[in-house]
Design a protein around this ligand. Structure first.
Ligand SMILES: Cc1cc2nc3c(=O)[nH]c(=O)nc-3n(C[C@H](O)[C@H](O)[C@H](O)COP(=O)(O)OP(=O)(O)OC[C@H]3O[C@@H](n4cnc5c(N)ncnc54)[C@H](O)[C@@H]3O)c2cc1C
Length: 411
């Protein structure tokens, strides 16, 4: 900690900017700097587990997978998480990484306390208790975009480990969109993938269960998760990149390749899965009530265009939360994520999709591709000014600035 404070002070004295990086999984240049880069490798591990309070405090550079494994060994778990667990806890939460949930929100919303080194080198701790200033920092720094300081430790709410039953089932686009409200309301975690150029979706419903544990069989895991979702999917995407005209036919086949299956396992094994096929992604949160209309507009845009898209569109939800710049801040949200296989031109697709998302007051994921700037954000985030005023107080000289922050929150 002293070393980190000293590094921050030394950089300030030398007129250099400072940026902490996680595992570099963001699709934006959120962690880029021309100054001092703080890497997370030596800031890892669990500091403390408080069973009575139901919390765990971890060093900021701890990878989520290490946290999940350590918690499981202790009979504990986070409540909700995203699709993968490669990221660091601080990198994931700084951009608002989320999974899907009806009541349970993003990983950032599971934070109970934060410790960070601010621009003057001092260590600031905050939670929803304490002074008004500490509460203001807590409201913003859970999704701080790296703008408020270098996070050194995070305290998460945890609960006794539980089982989730996952039901994966193909469904038509028409049925998912017409039944969306019921599918959302009946499940603790509902999500689906729509395959462009088809009327097909894969749905996934995760609900808590009394057990018994019934993990995905090794054969199904190999066939569906390794071969179809990674190995074959990679080959099919490479073919599509080389010969785009094959994509619609391939999409029709691959959207039918995965069959229905049900399994029961501990949370991180149900929520997360290996993602080995490389892609570029844009994701927007829209008000949940606008999801179906937004998605239908996206589908008709794709149908009318000559775009060729080999990657499914992912749809998830989140309840409203109280974090200043959370994509779900103060509003029930649905996320729509569009992807393009790495190396395929994505601008035309993303530009057209972004036009649709922004017409529904969409808020882009802070770590994924988007073209919005501070002027836009001040219109879609009612508490935007709260964040920038706090930044003025904590980092008046913009020690933690970079080009990305200049664009999204201003100078
Ligand atoms: C394959 C893949 C799957 C993904 N799945 C999901 C998903 O399911 N849901 C979702 O919401 N997102 C998802 N993402 C996006 C990803 O979770 C975010 O981009 C996340 O921020 C990456 O974490 P990281 O550790 O790599 O951080 P980086 O990308 O390295 O950094 C992200 C930000 O955090 C800041 N930061 C890092 N450490 C600190 C620190 N100690 N103090 C202050 N600021 C810090 C950086 O400065 C930067 O602004 C996915 C990305 C990929 C590539």
């Amino acid at each position: 900690m002293e070393e980190l404070s000293a590094a921050v002070r030394a950089a300030a004295d030398d007129g250099l900017r400072v940026k902490a990086v996680g595992t570099g999984h963001s699709f934006t240049a959120a962690a880029a700097t021309d100054g001092v880069l703080i890497r997370p490798q030596l800031l890892t591990g669990i500091r403390n587990i408080d069973r009575e309070a139901g919390t765990v405090t971890v060093e900021a550079g701890t990878p989520l997978k290490r946290l999940n494994l350590a918690l499981a060994r202790e009979g504990l778990s986070l409540t909700n998480m995203g699709d993968i667990m490669e990221q660091t806890v601080s990198g994931a939460t700084s951009t608002g990484t989320h999974g899907t949930g009806r009541e349970s929100a993003s990983i950032s919303a599971q934070i109970k306390g934060l410790e960070l080194v601010t621009a003057d080198g001092s260590v600031l701790t905050c939670s929803d208790k304490g002074t008004a200033e500490e509460r203001a920092v807590f409201a913003a720094a859970r999704i701080g975009l790296g703008a408020l300081g270098v996070i050194t430790a995070i305290t998460f709410a945890v609960e006794p480990i539980f089982l989730l039953t996952a039901r994966e089932e193909p469904m038509t686009f028409d049925r998912v969109t017409s039944d969306f409200d019921a599918l959302y309301a009946e499940n603790e975690h509902f999500e689906f993938y729509w395959f462009p150029h088809t009327g097909n979706c894969n749905t996934k419903r995760n609900n808590r269960s009394a057990g018994p544990e019934a993990p995905v069989s090794r054969f199904s895991s190999f066939l569906e998760d390794e071969l179809l979702s990674n190995g074959l999917f990679q080959a099919v995407n490479s073919l599509g990149r080389a010969v785009p005209s094959t994509i619609p036919s391939i999409a029709k086949i691959s959207s039918r390749a995965l069959s229905a299956r049900t399994y029961t396992d501990i949370p991180y094994k149900v929520f997360t899965s290996p993602r080995r096929v490389r892609f570029v992604e844009m994701e927007y949160a829209v008000p949940r009530a606008a999801l179906v209309e937004t998605l239908r507009e996206l589908k008709s845009m794709v149908d009318r265009s000559n775009l060729r898209i080999s990657f499914p569109v992912e749809v998830r939800t989140a309840p409203a939360d109280d974090i200043t710049l959370s994509t779900a801040s103060g509003r029930e949200s649905a996320y729509i994520a569009v992807h393009m296989y790495k190396g395929t031109p994505y601008q035309a697709y993303f530009t057209a999709a972004e036009r649709i998302f922004t017409a529904h007051e969409g808020r882009p994921h802070w770590g994924k591709v988007h073209t919005r700037d501070a002027d836009y954000f001040s219109t879609v985030y009612p508490r935007f000014g709260e964040f920038t005023k706090l930044r003025d107080r904590l980092d008046p000289d913009r020690l933690f600035a970079n080009d990305y922050l200049r664009r999204v929150i201003g100078d």
